[in-house]
Design a protein around this ligand. Structure first.
Ligand SMILES: Nc1ncnc2c1ncn2[C@@H]1O[C@H](COP(=O)(O)OP(=O)(O)OP(=O)(O)O)[C@@H](O)[C@H]1O
Ligand SMILES: [Mg+2]
Length: 376
């Protein structure tokens, strides 16, 4: 039975069926990215929030520096005065909180988030509303997010593997609890000074972007994810995706960590862009299958294949953070892996040298026989 050629989930135009071909046609990928400027990997255009108003609404905290700003709001360092402990206070922007049904969804998802307890998931200690501000008080992670890491340096393959392996454990745990992240992207993954990975914002994409009306891809607030990291089915039916959408997004992050590029257009296998065991190409491509049925069905299967494709257990080097906590700048050493192509050319060189030596020996023997007049 021949399979129908894959089509762009947005405009229906025909796509190439080879592995490594894009999940949507380039025009639509670009259009959605433009429609959703606020969820692009580029620095978000959102203006700063009203810090004085936030400080007044949270008298229990001493508000510190802004840690980052995204599509939904901003995250601040905040010291709890009574506990003397620092937290990361995520404040949802007022226009996002004003979307229909936001308060109910926030309450519902906060309960789910509060129930997640895993070393690879940032713990949420408090959530609710203070004055006009919806907030999440989270464990403060002393480290960098993967976007900062990617901007600062080339991530070595062994580091990428270690990061993805840890992300697998955290995601498998969440999926076992029935929780789908829906917005896996470099900005939502932190690596602390000890090299431990923590995933942020579980389920938050659903809280901030789900609208009460019928899903419609032209409405950017209903596309629950970040376009370049989203699974094709997330474009088609954003309200109905399952845990396999996270597996696709993890594949995009994996590809980007390995190669420094996003898997858009007709992208080559990672081993064509970086020195890497070619078995990992298969693993990456299986996470990036357009149809969820052809993808890994569970994160644990991906983790098993990762282990099989890498002979020794990967070790992650903690990001070299300067004392002020800014993003690291020193490039990491590349992993000393050999591609099959390199191994092949080495074999040819050895054969050629061997042939030259054999020819020289033969000539010497012939000369020796000739000088003694034997046998010709
Ligand atoms: N718990 C935390 N500890 C330390 N830094 C954090 C924490 N939470 C967030 N950050 C920092 O703040 C940045 C901004 O986070 P935020 O979630 O607001 O933005 P985003 O993920 O880019 O967009 P979105 O609004 O879609 O979530 C993160 O990328 C990270 O660097
Ligand atoms: Mg985030």
């Amino acid at each position: 039975m021949t399979q129908a050629p894959p089509t762009c989930p947005r405009c229906g135009s025909r796509l190439a069926s080879a592995p490594g071909s894009p999940a949507a046609c380039l025009r639509c990928a670009a259009q959605v990215a433009l429609d959703q400027e606020d969820t692009n990997p580029a620095p978000p255009p959102r203006p700063p929030l009203d810090v004085a108003s936030i400080a007044a609404a949270f008298p229990a905290y001493e508000l510190g520096a802004e840690l980052g700003r995204g599509a939904t709001g901003a995250v601040f360092r905040a010291k709890h005065r009574a506990l003397g402990r620092e937290f990361a206070l995520k404040i949802i922007a007022e226009d996002v909180a004003a979307r229909p049904g936001f308060a109910e969804r926030f309450e519902r998802e906060a309960r789910t988030l509060g129930g997640l307890a895993h070393p690879g998931i940032v713990a949420v200690h408090d959530a609710g509303r203070a004055g006009p501000w919806f907030f999440l008080a989270m464990e403060l992670v002393d480290g960098v997010d993967l976007r900062q890491m990617l901007v600062a340096k080339r991530v070595a393959p062994r580091e990428a593997l270690a990061i993805v392996a840890q992300m697998c454990d955290a995601l498998q745990y969440a999926h076992d609890q029935g929780v789908v992240h829906r917005d896996i992207k470099p900005e939502n993954v932190l690596v602390d000074r000890a090299g431990r990975v923590r995933i942020l914002d579980f389920g938050l994409a659903r809280v901030v972007r789900e609208s009460a009306s019928t899903p419609n891809l032209t409405r950017s607030d209903q596309v629950m994810g970040t376009p370049l990291y989203m699974a094709p089915e997330q474009w088609r039916t954003p309200l109905e995706v399952d845990h396999r959408a996270d597996i696709y997004s993890l594949g995009v992050v994996f590809y980007e960590l390995l190669t420094g590029e996003l898997p858009v257009g007709r992208f080559p296998p990672p081993s064509h862009r970086v020195e890497l065991d070619v078995r990992l190409d298969e693993v990456v491509f299986k996470t990036l299958e357009r149809e969820p049925e052809r993808r890994y069905q569970h994160i644990s299967e991906l983790k098993t294949d990762l282990g099989t494709a890498t002979r020794s257990a990967p070790a992650i080097a903690p990001p070299p953070l300067p004392a002020n906590g800014a993003a690291p700048t020193a490039p990491a050493p590349r992993a000393a892996t050999r591609t099959p192509r390199q191994a092949g050319s080495n074999r040819i060189l050895v054969l050629a040298v061997g042939l030259v030596i054999a020819l020289n020996i033969l000539l010497l023997v012939l000369y020796f026989l000739w000088t003694r007049g034997l046998p010709f």
